[in-house]
Design a protein around this ligand. Structure first.
Ligand SMILES: Nc1nc2c(c(=O)[nH]1)N=C([C@H](O)[C@H](O)COP(=O)(O)OP(=O)(O)OP(=O)(O)O)CN2
Ligand SMILES: [Zn+2]
Length: 130
């Protein structure tokens, strides 16, 4: 079956520190990143005038990132060590619970980058939520 897909990128800046890593690991130290979050949605059919969903419908996600993550210490925000993988899973869960019931399209993935050279992606199980 043919599918359309759209993506939108978001950004925030935050600090973190990953516990339990070997002595001397750079990520065990307090440090920060300019994070990038990329959301991909898909649909078999388009909504008028030809959208999977209006990019503007994702504005509440930007508001959530700004209010909850931007210029925060991520260890204080998540209950588990704030790796890119866990951030991606957390954000996918939020999107599926809080936003996607009201907008068009299905969540394909959330991809989180801490640096220009690395990323982690979370893809919810088809039909099974996060
Ligand atoms: N699988 C993961 N590995 C690492 C994570 C992660 O979230 N998931 N996080 C870190 C650190 O947060 C680190 O700050 C980022 O790592 P890295 O990409 O290695 O950063 P560099 O600036 O050193 O990147 P270079 O491109 O190699 O200079 C570590 N690992
Ligand atoms: Zn880091």
């Amino acid at each position: 079956m043919s599918r359309y897909a759209i993506g939108k990128s978001f950004a925030f800046s935050a600090s973190h520190q990953l516990p339990g890593l070997p002595e001397g690991h750079q990520c065990g130290r307090l440090h920060g990143h300019n994070y990038t979050v990329e959301v991909e949605l898909e649909a078999e059919t388009l909504e008028f005038p030809g959208f999977v969903t209006d990019f503007g419908d994702l504005a509440p996600f930007k508001a959530y990132l700004d209010a909850t993550f931007d210029h925060r210490h991520l260890n204080d925000v998540l209950d588990e060590p704030p790796t890119s993988e866990r951030l991606a899973a957390h954000l996918a869960t939020w999107l599926e619970r809080e936003l996607l019931p009201q907008v068009g399209g299905r969540l394909v993935s959330v991809r989180v980058s801490e640096t220009p050279t690395s990323w982690a992606k979370f893809s919810p199980s088809p039909g099974g939520g996060s």
